[in-house]
Structures are given as structure tokens and as C-alpha cells.
Design a protein around this ligand. Structure first.
Ligand SMILES: [Zn+2]
Length: 216
């Protein structure tokens, strides 16, 4: 009984933690469906968008293979450049054989869902402020966060226009994240196994996404 209760509690926390990305997948799909006039509005199209918005988090599956399940997951599925290359090629090939043409609709949908996922993970208070390795594995393995807070390291950002928003994650932060490595359960307990408004942010956006599809 205790096990069932724990499983339900964890499943509920996972639902809260993925609902933001699911919502982004739904909103992006519906916006592009409206824009392209792509009918019929098939459920599979929405599932495709949701899958793309969640895709980078397949690296969480690695942590379930370890004896201790760590919460941080920033391996290659979180390298945006690499993933764009893989996904654009895969979607082009798949759509060419499935529809008989390269579907720009699906390419644009996959790219925008991925892009939003990486933006969300780069936001400075996302998870552990550890950011994303935007240039990996081609240019650099530096981590970057996007922030609207005053920046200490702004001169080290990529280029002039992004200096106000993009900041390289300092070695100090990376050390702190590594030293206080959280397990998945600790992470969910801290952020999602509580009934606060903050824990339900993603769920609220998911409700808005469903209303958006329903009404607009
Ligand atoms: Zn992610």
C-alpha cells in the first residue's frame, strides 16, 4: 500500500513537471495548424508536437539505469545544435517517405518545440541555474543561462545583442550544482510534491493550452 501511494505521488509530481512542455507542444502545434491552415486537425499532429517538446528530456531515462537516480540531465539530447541536426534530418526523411514530400510544417513544428524546450531549460531559475550547452559539441561546452536579472559576467556572453540576456554559467555555479547533486526524488520533492501555486504553474499553462485549442 505504501508503495502504491509513493508511486501515485511520484506520478503526480512527474505530471506536474512535464505539463509545461506538453502545453508548449500543444500551443505550438495549434498555432502552426492555424497559420498553415493544416487540416484535418489530427490528434497525431498534436502528439507529434508534444513529443518534440519533450524529446530532449529522454536523457532522464539514463538516470533510471543508475543505482541512484540523479535529477540533473544535461547530456547530448540537451545539446541544441546537435539535436537540431538530428531532428531536422530525421523529420525530413520520415516526411519524405511518409507523405511523399518534405513537410515544412513538421520541420517548423519540431524546430519550434525543441527551441522552446531549450529556452525553458536555459531560463536562469530553471532547475539548478545550470543552463544549456548551446554550442556543444561543435563550438564549446560552456553553459549559458538566459536571464533578465543584472548580470555579472555579461562581457563573456556570445555577441553584443545577446549580452543583456545571455550569461555564461560560472565555474562556481557548476561546482555548486555538482556538489549538491540532487536525486530525482529530492528534485521532485523540492519542486513538485507540494500543493503550491508554483508547483502547478505548468498544469495551469496546460489548461490554457487546451482551452486555446478548444476555443480558437
Ligand atoms: Zn530539458
Amino acid at each position: 500500500m505504501k508503495k502504491v501511494k509513493f508511486f501515485l505521488k511520484t506520478a503526480h509530481a512527474i505530471f506536474k513537471s512535464v505539463s509545461f512542455d506538453v502545453a508548449i507542444g500543444i500551443i505550438a502545434t495549434h498555432a502552426l495548424v492555424l497559420f498553415f491552415g493544416y487540416y484535418p486537425e489530427e490528434i497525431t499532429t498534436y502528439l507529434f508536437g508534444i513529443l518534440m517538446a519533450l524529446l530532449p528530456d529522454i536523457d532522464t531515462l539514463y538516470m533510471f539505469r543508475r543505482d541512484k537516480f540523479y535529477a540533473d540531465h544535461r547530456s547530448w539530447p540537451h545539446y541544441p545544435l546537435l539535436m537540431f541536426l538530428i531532428v531536422v534530418s530525421a523529420v525530413s526523411l520520415w516526411s519524405y517517405f511518409y507523405f511523399g514530400y518534405i513537410s515544412y510544417f513538421h520541420l517548423l513544428l519540431a524546430s519550434s518545440c525543441l527551441f522552446w524546450h531549450y529556452l525553458h531549460d536555459s531560463w536562469d531559475n530553471a532547475e539548478n541555474e545550470e543552463g544549456i550547452q548551446w554550442g556543444a559539441p561543435f563550438f564549446s561546452y560552456n553553459r549559458y543561462v538566459i536571464s533578465i536579472r543584472p548580470l555579472e559576467e555579461k562581457n563573456k556572453s556570445w555577441f553584443v545583442l545577446t549580452r543583456a540576456f545571455m550569461r555564461r554559467v560560472t565555474d562556481k555555479t557548476i561546482r555548486r550544482v555538482k556538489e549538491n547533486r540532487e536525486t530525482a526524488i529530492e528534485f521532485w520533492e523540492k519542486h513538485y510534491m507540494k500543493e503550491t501555486l508554483e508547483a502547478y504553474q505548468g498544469v495551469i499553462i496546460l489548461v490554457i493550452a487546451i482551452l486555446f485549442v478548444w476555443i480558437v
